[in-house]
Design a protein around this ligand. Sequence first.
Ligand code: ZN
Length: 77
Amino acid sequence: MGGGNGQKSKTARERNMEKQKAAKRSQLESNKKAMTIQCKVCMQTFICTTTEVKCREHAEAKHPKSDVSTCFPHLKK
Ligand SMILES: [Zn+2]
């Protein structure tokens, strides 16, 4: 009595953990693939979902003397 139940929930938990691990792994993979924006001045990489605002912030903070389009040529004015 009771033992069977515990066994079942333990298995479910383990299965769930495997699922979470796999999800985390694939997230890491897609994160790596997502690093596609690169500042041409300091070669820092950004996740491709980085907004234009963030790119401009980086350019203004790190390279105030350079134009934002020099750092990120994909940003067209
Ligand atoms: Zn930079």
